[in-house]
Write a protein that binds this ligand. Structure first.
Ligand code: FAD
Ligand code: 2HG
Ligand code: ZN
Length: 475
């Protein structure tokens, strides 16, 4: 360990170097300002940082990486800081780098390059710091009838770089897949400061390992994403949203199967329950259009070239005898009103306290059995816990939020994730591993899997400067 004075001198030297490279306004050292970057969105994760660097170009990112590497300081890449597994904030001292000095947070929000939409390729190149909503507006404004296939409720803050780094899923996964399916190219800064520029967006390119696929979902542990070349999909002019009250999860799974078969433009199939709806209504001052209580709710969105999608949806709901249990909207305001019941779950839960967040996926056939089983599993370890479930049911992805137990009491997390592993599911469907899930990685990844991941980390970041303490367990 370095003596404290040497530690302070080192931070001062790196600060000086970064001020020269980035300008004084983009090297943040005031403890109050730095503190606004060191806590995560949920309030569950917070740590210490030596400073925050805000590079405004790829060359400046290289300067930050080189300066930190030379000083033996670790780096925590950060985008919109909406991640839900603690990966975007430092843990504090004693992890990575020289194991003594707190890390540098590299905020990528100033990388706001937005190239003109490439109509022929249906692609666009965006800087890592572009928010999802800025990307959506940019693509819509091109007038080419294109849109971006991934959407999520944190759209006003979540960035392209963060979404690539987490391989974000979101509400349209059922139709378009997640970020990995949209990435046609990346620009990266590696741990040794070299830049990999792969932004041509070639449809076919079998030249070696799939580096783009590997970096997508690497949670800032292998490289810093500075820009992405993203695929676009045709925007659908007609859209219908339906909130459907159902007897239970099994009925929701059955309806989803029918929708997949019979409605060509199914874009979202989102599940939630009475507890969550009540919480959202209370928090947001909203009133549900369906009389409760119901055993489950499905929010469905279908989109297509004309209102034929409404007919397809109506026929499907009629066949299931659900017309009277459905609220439908086709106008933007009405659709947004229905989406609010689903999208406001995260903020409503956070308003009650710091939740235990478990983002799991299961084979669709196991979903109906999982719901009562997870309530039982949590009740068995905590009598005070309140469980709220919701998620992207079309993808078998349930967000298990548990309120009540202290944030660092892992009993409920353990009970839920053991159950998920026993049911052949995944302990992380779309949010990643971050700091939150490391101790459970072994439940669904074998020693051979984890060994391969570690070998990749060691090869690309041998000094462990990128996001130490995230994704991989300590050796
Ligand atoms: P951050 O939170 O800043 O970072 C996330 C991770 O990426 C960290 O490990 C960080 O180190 C790394 N990182 C960030 N930028 C870079 C970069 N340029 N290069 C390398 N590494 C980087 N997620 C979903 O998948 N689906 C959802 O439906 C969804 N809904 C959400 C709704 C709400 C209300 C909230 C608060 C979050 C939601 N999320 C969802 C989680 C979150 O929005 C996503 O994980 C998002 O992709 C994070 O983007 P960000 O820019 O905020 O990244
Ligand atoms: C969602 O789909 C997000 O609402 C957040 O992925 C989930 O807050 C959560 O647990
Ligand atoms: Zn989600």
């Amino acid at each position: 360990m370095l003596p404290v004075a040497a530690d302070g001198q080192k931070v001062a030297r790196v600060t000086e170097t970064l001020v020269r490279a980035l300008g004084r306004g983009h090297v943040l050292i005031d403890p109050d300002v730095v503190a606004s970057y060191t806590a995560d969105w949920t309030g569950r994760w917070q740590g210490q940082a030596a400073l925050v660097a805000r590079p405004g170009s790829t060359a400046e990112v290289v300067s930050v990486v080189q300066a930190c590497r030379a000083a033996g300081m670790a780096l925590v890449p950060q985008g919109g800081n909406t991640g839900l597994v603690g990966g975007s904030v430092p843990a504090g001292r004693a992890e990575g780098g020289d194991g003594n000095t707190p890390p540098v947070i590299v905020s990528l929000v100033r990388l706001r390059r937005l190239d003109p939409v490439d109509r022929a390729a249906a692609q666009v190149t965006a800087g890592a710091g572009v928010t999802l909503s800025a990307l959506q507006h940019h693509v819509a404004a091109s007038g080419y009838g294109l849109t971006f296939g991934v959407d999520l409720a944190a759209r006003d803050s979540a960035t392209v770089g963060g979404m690539v780094a987490t391989n974000a899923g979101g509400i349209h996964f059922i139709r378009y897949g997640g970020m990995r399916q949209q990435v046609a190219g990346l620009e990266l800064v590696l741990a040794d400061g070299q830049v990999v520029e792969r932004l041509q967006g070639l449809a076919k390119d079998n030249t070696g390992y799939d580096l783009l696929g590997l970096i997508t979902g690497s949670e800032g542990t292998l490289a810093i994403v500075t820009a992405a070349r993203l695929r676009l999909v045709p925007s659908q002019p007609f859209r219908v949203t339906a909130l459907i009250g159902l007897s239970d999860t099994a009925a929701a799974v059955e309806l989803m199967a029918a929708l997949r078969r019979e409605v060509a433009g199914l874009e979202a199939a989102e599940l939630f329950y009475q507890e969550g709806l009540d919480l959202v209504c209370q928090y947001g001052g909203l009133v549900s259009p369906l009389a409760g209580p119901r055993g489950a709710y499905l929010l469905v969105e279908c989109a297509g070239g004309d209102d034929g999608v409404t007919d397809q949806l109506a026929q499907c709901l009629a066949a299931a005898g659900l017309e009277d249990d459905t609220a439908v909207a086709t106008e933007a305001a009405g659709r947004q009103g229905l989406w609010a019941f689903r999208e406001r779950h995260t903020e409503a839960v956070n308003s009650v306290g710091v939740p235990h967040k478990l983002d799991i996926s299961l084979p669709l056939g196991a979903l109906a059995a999982f719901v009562p089983a997870v309530h039982d599993a949590v009740a068995a370890v905590s009598s005070e816990a309140k469980v709220v479930l919701w998620g992207h049911a079309g993808d078998g992805n349930i967000h298990v939020n548990v309120m009540g137990p202290a944030p660092d009491d892992n009993a409920v997390d353990d009970a839920v994730l053991q159950l998920v592993a026993a049911m052949q599911g995944s302990i992380s469907a779309e949010h990643g591993i971050g700091r939150a899930k490391i101790r459970w990685l072994h439940l669904t990844r074998s020693p051979a899997d984890i060994g391969a991941m570690r070998a990749i980390k060691d090869a690309l970041d041998p000094s462990g400067v990128f996001n130490p303490g995230v994704m991989l367990p300590p050796i």
